[in-house]
Unconditional design. Sequence first.
Length: 425
Amino acid sequence: MLLKKLRTIALHIFQSAIPRLSFVVAAFIIASAATVSATATPIVLPALPEPVSNNAVASVTIDDKRYVFSFMGLGEDKTYKDVHNRAWLLVINNNDKPLQWQALPPVPSSLMLKGRLASVAVGVKDSVYIFGGYTVDETHNEISTPDVYKYSPTTTKYELLAPMPVPVDDASALVYQNRYVYLVSGWHNDGNVNLVQVYDTQTGQWQQASPFLGNPVFGHAGGIVNNTMVICDGVSVTPHSNKRRSFVAETACFKGKIDKENPFKIDWRTLQHPTGSARYRMAAAGDEATNKIYFVGGSTNPYNYNGIGYNGKPSTADGAIWTFDIAKETWAISKTEAEAPTMDHRGLIDINGTWITIGGMLGAQHVTSKVISHFSTLAEGPCLSKSQARSDVSKQPSDGQAVEVVKSKVPTPKRHIRSKINSEI
């Protein structure tokens, strides 16, 4: 009788434990799945059908399909004849079909020369907006185009929109609230402008926002997360009394905070530079998932469209990645995971946590067709807090790659000018 009671008690204990055990097992499975997802192999994308550099790139997502674009740019021979208006599309979906770039209709133009360099493109909702750029002829005359086009992947048509009030090229384009496109600074025909021109994709109208606080620049880069943008570097113009103006690498970063009540009001502040050495034509973007802004590649020697510096020296690409943590206001410096660093970019694209550049220049100013993965945020861990981070201290992340963490809330250093550039575009 006693044995029977003990068996009954044991059975009740076992039965009551089953739901708890099931919960533990389920939690383990979920955690394991999350780990697998976080450490999944980054996606590998096919190369473009042809080499191209200084091309405008963008992406949009429609019905769970990712559409990735490359518009216009410079061909592999890097002469004025190689500036074109060709466009390409890559559709990424969840089926097992091989990914392949598709040719799109050429980008239209209001100018006599159709090919353009230094345009920018952004994805807003289900469309891509293409802004500006410049043409170059056989005598090296350059014209900044006022053109703005909207391209729809669903209709495969370009729509001409209201022109830029001040045509610019080599500007930085940032999207706020999936509606407003901010064109920060850039080159206008004869010189840089400090304008922040805002295009409202809902109304189709332009408006000027608070001007850029730094020296007007071209070839700079920037990213935005929510209402915070960061703009870094580029090239400014220096006048002279006894010779023509020269172009100077501009070592400077600025943080702009958009007023939540007025999208045309920006509170610009200086921001400590991550290295003290400017880079030209980096790829940059913000990431809401990590609340960070990333700057990839570029060159420390500003150059003409053929990759030869304004100082006459061949430019080379830089392999560093700068990461600005908005919440902690710190910079982290790491290296690209690519086989070789790249430069001459117009944007940085996020494909499911893998951050890529499309085309650009490799070593020896070689124009590439490659789609290159530089880093992944799939398994990104928590960042160091302000109390943990201090200037000039290297931290070792799990991948064994040194990351330098730099606090930004210190007095802004004087602007460093790397070299004086004695020839013009």
